[in-house]
Design a protein around this ligand. Structure first.
Ligand code: AGP
Length: 367
């Protein structure tokens, strides 16, 4: 085994720390500064073919599905193409309409997930255009897709995926940039995204270096909680879903993710002092709305943990997990990092087996 713990207590924490390097690898040779775009040769699509794509659909399971949802948001924002994500486990069973003008993206760390592989096979059978976004190079999904973009996260041992997910998100930002630049994304906006991506590894490094200890403290403070909400809107919504997923997997604390605007339609009834809410609060055009959400939660006695790069009103959040500023479209990539650390430290505070959570396998190769 050439992949060792190197003094870390577990692989998950090691892999969280490896993310700056993993993202650097994913970006290497793929950012085109001259034309403010991305180079993804493995797609094997020339500009005309790229332009003929009318819709993008991401398919994956679990965290790979949530990453796909982040990808769909990026494609919609940067390329102004309709895009969505669907669990491959649903897609394969519902006799999907396969549209020749849609680019299907199969997302998988292991490349062996049975449901995702079956979705790809169904697509191939129906003549759908499917590419892989896969970490394991010699895997079944990579082979079945034939073209795509490798994630270059390196080996991931921990059942809870961290660096592979971050590399999925980073890769989708490049795909969205490329699709945008063959359409209406301006050179200036393209350059802004290229520069934002270029700075990403350092930003991730800063979160891991400066926030690890403060987040461990927050985790200890809230370790008694049996239920938690993860709340976000638009860019923050898939981030919240992935944050809840990570916490459930390794701490066994019940966590539910909600779109911020949906809280008032039912789940807000659950808010009380024993139910902390982790709220995703980027400093973007929805900041005022998200501050409103935090006020609603506080007004019902619910503790608020804000994940933010904004200056929040004094005393609004009971704890703040800080992230550096990046380009707003790239916030979902960076905001995922403190949530990994929160899940990790909460599970550690509860004495859980971090790398081998109960009932879970690293890759699910059966139905
Ligand atoms: C991630 O933390 C999970 N262990 C799980 O949801 C995982 O993302 C899912 O099973 C898909 O795996 P894959 O990326 O290897 O296809």
């Amino acid at each position: 085994e050439d992949y060792q713990l190197d003094g870390y207590a577990d692989y998950m924490r090691k892999e969280i720390g490896e993310q700056p390097e993993a993202v650097r690898r994913a970006l290497r040779g793929r950012l085109d500064e001259r034309f403010s775009t991305a180079r993804l040769g493995g797609l094997r699509l020339d500009p005309r073919e790229l332009r003929s794509i009318r819709r993008v659909k991401f398919l994956g399971c679990g965290s790979a599905y949530y990453a796909g949802q982040i990808g769909a948001g990026l494609v919609e924002e940067l390329a102004r193409l309709p895009a969505d994500a669907e669990p491959a486990s649903e897609f394969r069973y519902r006799n999907p309409v396969v549209d020749p003008e849609t680019l299907y993206v199969a997302v998988s760390q292991s490349g062996e997930t049975a449901d995702t592989l079956a979705a790809v096979q169904e697509l191939s059978r129906k003549g759908g255009r499917v590419i892989g976004a896969v970490n394991a190079v010699a895997s079944a999904i990579a082979r079945e897709c034939g073209s795509g973009v490798f994630l270059h996260a390196g080996p991931e041992v921990s059942v809870a995926s961290t660096k592979a997910v971050t590399n999925m998100n980073t890769t989708f930002a490049m795909l969205a940039l490329l699709l945008g630049r063959v359409r209406d994304l301006s050179v200036a906006d393209g350059r802004r995204i290229v520069e934002g991506l270029d700075a990403l590894p350092d930003h991730i490094e800063e979160v891991v270096r400066t926030q690890d200890e403060p987040i461990a403290e927050v985790a200890r403070k809230f370790a008694e909680a049996r239920h938690m909400f993860f709340v976000g809107r638009v860019r923050g919504w898939p981030v919240a879903r992935e944050g809840a997923q990570k916490l459930k997997e390794i701490s066994y604390v019940h966590a539910e993710a909600y779109q911020a605007g949906e809280l008032k339609h039912g789940p807000i009834a659950l808010i009380d002092p024993s139910m902390p809410s982790v709220v995703i609060v980027p400093d973007d055009e929805l900041l005022v709305k998200n501050i409103g959400t935090m006020e609603q939660i506080k007004a019902r006695g619910g503790p608020v943990i804000a994940v933010t790069n904004a200056q929040l009103p004094e005393g609004l959040a009971d704890a703040e997990l800080r992230v550096p500023r990046t380009e707003p479209e790239l916030d979902p990539i960076l905001f995922g990092i403190p949530l990994q650390l929160l899940a990790y430290h909460l599970a550690t505070a509860l004495g859980r087996d971090i790398d081998k959570p109960r009932n879970l396998a690293k890759s699910v190769t059966v139905e």
